[in-house]
Design a protein around this ligand. Structure first.
Ligand SMILES: CC(C)(COP(=O)(O)OP(=O)(O)OC[C@H]1O[C@@H](n2cnc3c(N)ncnc32)[C@H](O)[C@@H]1OP(=O)(O)O)[C@@H](O)C(=O)NCCC(=O)NCCS
Length: 137
């Protein structure tokens, strides 16, 4: 897995579109890569994107190609993204995840993320989002 650069944008859009019902366009991903706090890692079967502002990082997305799930790639991506965020000065990392996304919640909990809030009907005006966070001392 390598840092996500301009040459990876079409792969990133493909990976995202294969994992989420609302796809991200290449343009949207390009804009993310231009954020001052952008952090991205990608390989042919998965990616993670975070953004860091001051000492707080947010995980914008993590996804693994459906046929390659359950092989440890999600963990590797999360580990890499967290390490880079800490190198860039993050003291806290947070994210939003649908309450019914048990696999992702398990992944985050296994890294020590804990629930710090809930956004009601956040997804499609139906499903609640959990806000998970982890602080680093
Ligand atoms: C969430 C996602 C990135 C995990 O990627 P993955 O490569 O399958 O994950 P891993 O193989 O590294 O497994 C990591 C952990 O996830 C959890 N997990 C993985 N597969 C699981 C399953 N079938 N059931 C329950 N938990 C599961 C476990 O906690 C696992 O750790 P363990 O192996 O020590 O038990 C992947 O499922 C995905 O792309 N989902 C769709 C996109 C998405 O929902 N992203 C998160 C949005 S917030």
């Amino acid at each position: 897995m390598l840092p996500l650069t301009d040459k990876d944008i079409s792969l990133a859009a493909e990976l995202y579109g294969g994992s989420f019902s609302r796809a991200w366009s290449e343009e949207e991903i390009y804009k993310l890569t231009r954020l001052p706090g952008f952090i991205g890692y990608i390989c042919k079967d998965g990616m993670i994107i975070l953004n860091i502002v001051a000492d707080e990082a947010e995980i914008y997305t993590i996804c693994v190609r459906p046929e390659r799930r359950g092989e440890g790639l999600g963990k590797q991506l999360l580990k890499e993204g967290i390490s880079r965020a800490l190198e860039k000065g993050a003291k806290k990392i947070f994210l939003e995840v649908a309450v019914d996304n048990r696999i992702a919640i398990n992944l985050y909990e296994s890294f020590g993320f804990i629930k710090v809030g809930i956004r009601k009907k956040y997804y499609n005006n139906t499903t609640d989002a959990l806000i998970l966070a982890k602080e680093f001392l």
